[in-house]
Structures are given as structure tokens and as C-alpha cells.
Design a protein around this ligand. Structure first.
Ligand SMILES: O=C(CO)[C@@H](O)[C@H](O)COP(=O)(O)O
Ligand SMILES: [Co+2]
Length: 218
């Protein structure tokens, strides 16, 4: 069963607490939290205070996606704010292996994200250390973009590496442009977690939208 991680970047921030309770109530599997610094990506989203303010609203895992330069600088603060999974971008650290090991040493799950233009082959040696690989199916920075079709090939490549290194429990997560129109083929390609922002929060119809995603993957 594919897991659904709503991206709160698309939530209604005038009632964020209500939206967090709704995604929990209507069956989300984790909360995807997109942190953007305006440098690594051309957008700025939110940081520690927002994450702290919603932490006690749900027991769902906080899946924190760091689209920031040199994320290792702030790992401790994101953990203090409530992160359960910290995903950093391959492109955001010179010594990505050290960054991964540092996050692991803190006892939280570690994910590695690849931009659409970054080949899967570059991360093969890192697979054994990872709890999650995040395949960006849009160029990072904004919700509501269109799914990039060749992402399906990258999902299959990551799936093959997970099998090669006996990482059956590794999360293969896809992020960007996921909806009822493509969730089934994304899951069949090998993804076991999908991030969905606009597809979940569209028109504020959270229950209906999550149900439609669940139905579309059957
Ligand atoms: O990390 C990102 C964007 O950079 C994603 O998590 C988006 O926020 C997903 O939004 P949709 O494409 O599902 O609307
Ligand atoms: Co994201």
C-alpha cells in the first residue's frame, strides 16, 4: 500500500492547525514539510517556529524536506522542532556522505533527495546508509507543478538499487505533480511513498482528495 505524505506547503496557512488535524483524521501517513531558504530554491517557505507550533497536533511522522543550502548547519534545530525524517538534497552539500552520517548519528531517519537533473547513479554508494530516497518529479521550489514523466525511470532505478542492496524497508518517495492521474503508475514503478500537496489540499476538500488518491492507486 503506497503511503501518502501531504505537503503542507499547499495547506491553508490561515487555518494550518485545522488542516494538520484533517490530514491526520482522513488517513495521511506522514506530514511532508517543505523548508525553503530562497537560495537553494527560488522560494522561501517556513522554518522552526511553524514546525514547533504544529508538532503536538498529530502523532504522524514529520517528514522534513530541506531545500536549503548546507542543511547540516540546522539539523539539530529541526530535530528540536520535531522532525522525525530529515531529507537533504544531494546537490546541497559538498560532503554529502558526512551530512548523511551526521543526521543518522542524531537518531532520526535520513533521506536523500535528487533533483530531476541529477542521475540516480551518483547515489548508488550512499544507498546502504539511507532510510529514504526522494525523487523530485518537479524542479523544487513550488507546489502545483506538472509531473516530469522521466521520473518514472528514476523510480525504477532507485527500486533496483534498493533490491541490489537488500534495502526492502527503504522509503522510495516521489515528490511533485502527484495526483489521481499518475499515482498508480508511480506506485507500480516502485515508489512506496508519494508526496502530494495541491492534490490533497485543492479547494480545501482534504477528505475527498485523500480518498480519491487512495481509490486511484487500487
Ligand atoms: O518539495 C516540493 C516542491 O519543491 C513539493 O513537496 C511540493 O510542495 C509538492 O506539491 P505538489 O506538486 O504535490 O502540488
Ligand atoms: Co517536498
Amino acid at each position: 500500500m503506497v503511503k501518502i505524505a501531504p505537503s503542507i506547503l499547499s495547506a491553508d496557512f490561515s487555518k494550518l492547525g485545522e488542516d494538520i488535524r484533517s490530514i491526520d483524521k482522513y488517513g495521511a501517513d506522514m506530514v511532508h514539510i517543505d523548508v525553503m531558504d530562497g537560495k537553494f530554491v527560488p522560494n522561501i517557505s517556513f522554518g522552526f517556529p511553524i514546525i514547533k507550533s504544529i508538532r503536538n497536533l498529530t502523532d504522524l511522522e514529520f517528514d522534513v524536506h530541506l531545500m536549503i543550502e548546507e542543511p547540516t548547519r540546522f539539523v539539530d534545530e529541526f530535530i528540536d522542532a520535531g522532525a522525525d525524517i530529515i531529507t537533504i538534497h544531494y546537490e546541497s552539500e559538498v560532503h554529502i556522505d558526512r551530512a548523511i552520517n551526521y543526521i543518522k548519528s542524531k537518531g532520526v531517519k535520513v533521506g536523500l533527495s535528487l533533483n530531476p537533473g541529477t542521475p540516480v547513479s551518483l547515489i548508488e554508494n550512499l544507498i546502504p546508509a539511507l532510510d529514504l530516497v526522494l525523487i523530485m518529479s518537479v524542479n523544487p521550489g513550488f507546489g502545483g507543478q506538472k509531473f516530469i514523466p522521466y521520473s518514472l525511470d528514476k523510480i525504477k532505478e532507485v527500486k533496483a538499487l534498493a533490491e541490489k542492496y537488500n534495502k526492502d524497508e527503504m522509503m522510495i518517495q516521489v515528490d511533485g505533480g502527484v495526483g489521481t492521474q499518475n499515482i498508480k503508475e508511480i506506485n507500480e514503478a516502485g515508489a512506496n511513498v508519494v508526496v502530494a500537496g495541491s492534490a490533497v489540499f485543492r479547494n480545501g476538500e482534504i477528505e475527498k482528495n485523500i480518498e480519491a488518491l487512495r481509490k486511484a492507486v487500487i
